[in-house]
Design a protein around this ligand. Structure first.
Ligand code: NOJ
Length: 742
């Protein structure tokens, strides 16, 4: 009987494929017919996502499992899939899911590092590779991209997203969706993507994971939602709800987010999955009184599939029997899930055979990982052009806990990458400079080491070298889920190590590997050059060596503002002006205040007495071995009619000695609005490669619609009036032009 149902369904699919023009309608009809054949238990079964490869056999045979996460071995995937297809009544295949966040076996830089490339094409390529590698193991659904805008580097998961800017987030999120899903989900090597965590998860109070997010609706719509909307428009196959509550309502039961915005406003018809046990957690939040209520709130809000927990399995039958949930709501949720399986081609080809896929960690895959790592590295300082180093004549000391730490180099959220595949900086530098010219002494065992016992060896190595390379930062476990830090300075005795090494009186180059911005301004004067390498992945070593020796020129830019001190957080470039903005002249410095000074109101501005008002490094910042000169900003017309495009251009010259790539950035400010507007917002960016002496005119065209915001009535509007624009190499760009929208 089971086979008969399945054949009937397959016949329908084949028929629908042969009538391409009506494919969607026919697919929907076939899915509806399948749903008609399902029992209540089988329907609810499709909404259940189990974890791991064991203990589900009987449920699978009874058609009670829709998806399983975390089964990374092909043999188990195929065994469980056979159970579902051959032994369950309707033979509906299982959808296997996994967190493939920045690569599967070939590990790319952490997403925050990928964002620093400002190169969505290359980021898309990384997702294509991750996708094909994961699909070869039978994984057809990844919980990526994470499109949570974050303005707080204390939050451990800042590593997993693309930083603080909605536009960068949207571009990178869309690039990853394109890379994972390809043009056709059914094509070999494509997997379903998931935009997560919906929504405002990155706005956790105090940067403490899972914490409450209080976000006014206009900020939610202007800042936190656009990357999700962009992914929805790109056809992302799924959304994951967030752990946090937003303005008092947990995201997993949030009708405003799931019904109003996702379904009604964005017409989203893909799968919505919970986060791990986020449905029962609504009770812990204090939003529901028991599991049954949690099941109702989540399901009724529009959450289709439950990850790991049992609220749906245990309570949907009764909720339906009681009429609290209508059958047609259930059918709609089932339809979305079965349709995704259909679109993925799982009904035609449910099994996997790795031999039919390109090799894992192929040379091509590693090449792209290397390119991404190179482009992600941000040069923060290069006094006296100490970098690049000549590998023919320089003896180097390699010091620090992250010089040869393959596990940490991969970064957070790596389940399938193998540290034995990683090439570390030490390995690459030995190859590049020759074994005998590299003196290695880590000085510290790990980034948090509290003892200085390793220092004498490190100092000895430093004394033998012409230049000292210090590999510092954070281990991978210091960022990622629930790994937040209240103090984001260099952990352990790293600052002491820098101080001791500096006493050797040789040039010191620091390479920082970290999952977030770190604060170390206080010891910056001891460092001649600083490369910020994030956690660069499998090919981080060769990438760093190439940059150190000048085979590659740094081009990464910061996707997030670097504070001078943790107390400045939240600090981000697209802030509001306030009524009393600060400047260097108005900053009242702590040390200048006389004793018993009296409090005044006149002339005060918005700053900290001790740390001023500016960040350490602005958003978009990054140096190069060459220099770039911007000049002649210009506009086609300075009076633009609403509905037309704003055309702005500037000349960029490579005024230095090396070929180099600059990320040219366009910022715009709406001077006055019916709701106040940020001091500037990134509206476009482009990577431009120039030879020394070469000049290029860079031109941006921005539709006036892009310059809108949510007004007091929550309508998206571009308001006519005066605007300012800047083009430059970071968010402090000063080449300015004004224009008016009529
Ligand atoms: C919890 C995380 O928040 C989410 O991002 C991840 O996809 C799931 N666990 C599954 O591992």
């Amino acid at each position: 009987m089971r086979t008969a149902y399945f054949l009937l369904f397959l016949a329908g699919i084949i028929l629908s494929c042969s009538q391409k023009n009506h494919q969607k309608t026919n697919a929907d009809q076939k899915i509806d017919s399948l749903i008609e054949l399902m029992t209540l238990d089988e329907k609810i079964g499709q909404l259940i996502q189990e974890n791991g490869g064991t203990g589900h056999d009987d449920k699978i045979k009874n058609g009670l499992v829709g998806s399983i996460l975390n089964v990374p071995d092909t043999k188990t995937v195929n065994r469980l899939q056979h159970l579902a297809v051959d032994s369950s009544r309707l033979g509906i295949p299982i959808l296997f899911a996994r967190d493939v966040i920045h690569g599967f076996k070939t590990i790319f830089p952490i997403p925050l590092g990928m964002a620093a490339t400002f190169n969505p094409e290359l980021v898309k390529r990384s997702a294509e590779i991750a996708s094909v590698e994961a699909a070869s193991a039978g994984i057809r659904w990844t919980f990526s991209p994470m499109t949570d805008v974050c303005r707080d580097p204390r939050w451990g998961r800042i590593a997993e997203g693309f930083g603080e800017d909605p536009l960068v987030h949207a571009c990178m999120g869309v690039a990853m969706v394109k890379g994972y899903q390809g043009s056709d989900l059914a094509k070999k090597g494509s997997i379903a993507a998931c935009a997560k965590h919906f929504a405002a998860y990155g706005a956790a109070e105090g940067g403490r994971d899972y914490n409450t997010a209080s976000v006014p609706e206009n900020v939610l719509r202007d800042i936190y939602l656009p990357p999700f909307k962009a992914c929805a428009e790109e056809g992302v196959a799924s959304f994951m709800t967030a752990f946090n509550e937003i303005n008092g309502i947990p995201a997993s039961g949030n009708r405003f987010l799931l019904k109003q915005i996702l379904q009604k406003e964005w017409n989203y018809d893909g799968v919505v999955v919970s986060d791990w046990e986020s449905i029962p957690q609504m009770q812990t939040h204090g939003y529901t009184s028991n599991l049954k209520e949690s099941a109702f709130e989540a399901f009724d809000a529009g959450l289709n599939m439950e990850m790991n927990s049992k609220a749906y399995a245990e309570h949907l039958p009764q909720l339906i029997e009681e009429g609290k949930i209508e059958l047609k709501q259930l059918d709609e949720a089932v339809r979305r899930i079965v349709k995704l399986k259909y679109l993925l081609g799982l009904f035609d080809d449910p099994y996997t055979n790795p031999e039919n896929y390109p090799a894992l960690l192929s040379d091509e895959h590693k090449k792209i990982a290397g390119q991404l790592a190179v482009q992600s590295i941000v040069l923060l300082k290069n006094s006296n052009s100490i970098l690049p180093l000549d590998n023919k004549t320089t003896k180097i000391a390699v010091v620090g806990p992250l010089a040869d730490s393959p596990h940490d180099q991969m970064g957070t959220w790596v389940f399938d990458g193998n540290k034995y595949d990683v090439i570390t900086p030490l390995m690459s530098l030995r190859e590049c400079f020759g074994e005998k010219n590299v003196f290695y002494a880590p000085g510290m065992e790990i980034s948090r080491t509290k003892t200085t016992v390793g220092f004498p060896d490190a100092i000895k190595a430093a004394k033998m070298a012409d230049c000292i390379l210090l590999f510092l930062g954070e281990e991978s476990i210091l960022s990622g889920e629930s790994h937040c830090r209240a103090d984001i300075s260099l952990p352990g005795v790293q600052e002491e190590l820098i101080n001791e090494i500096a006493k050797v009186n040789k040039p010191v180059v620091a390479v920082i590997m970290a999952g977030r911005p770190l604060t170390f301004e206080n010891i910056m004067d001891k460092l001649d050059a600083v490369l910020y390498a994030w956690h660069p992945g499998t090919m981080g070593g060769p990438a760093i060596a190439d940059i150190i020796t000048g085979r590659e020129n740094p081009s990464g830019k910061l996707p997030v503002t670097f504070p001078r001190h943790v107390g400045q957080i939240p600090i981000y470039y697209n802030h509001k002006n306030t009524g009393k903005p600060a400047s260097d002249e108005t900053w009242e410095r702590l040390d200048d205040i006389p004793a018993e000074a009296s409090q005044l109101s006149i002339g005060n501005t918005s700053h900290y007495l001790d740390y001023g008002f500016e960040p350490w490094f602005p958003f978009g910042f990054g140096l190069s071995y060459t220099s770039f000169r911007y000049f002649e900003i210009g506009m086609g017309s300075k009076e633009i009619v609403l509905g037309d495009s704003v055309i702005i251009s500037a000349n960029l010259e490579n005024s230095g000695k090396y070929p180099g790539t600059e990320v040219v950035q366009l910022y715009i400010r709406d001077i006055a609005g019916s709701r106040t507007r940020p001091v500037k917002e990134l509206q476009a960016f482009e990577r431009i490669h120039l030879m020394p002496g070469e000049t290029r005119k860079v031109r941006f065209a921005i539709h006036t619609n892009q310059l809108g915001f949510y007004n007091q009535d929550m309508e998206y509007v571009t308001e006519p009036g005066d605007f300012k624009a800047w083009i430059g190499g970071n968010s402090n760009a000063d080449l300015e032009v004004s224009f008016t929208i009529k």
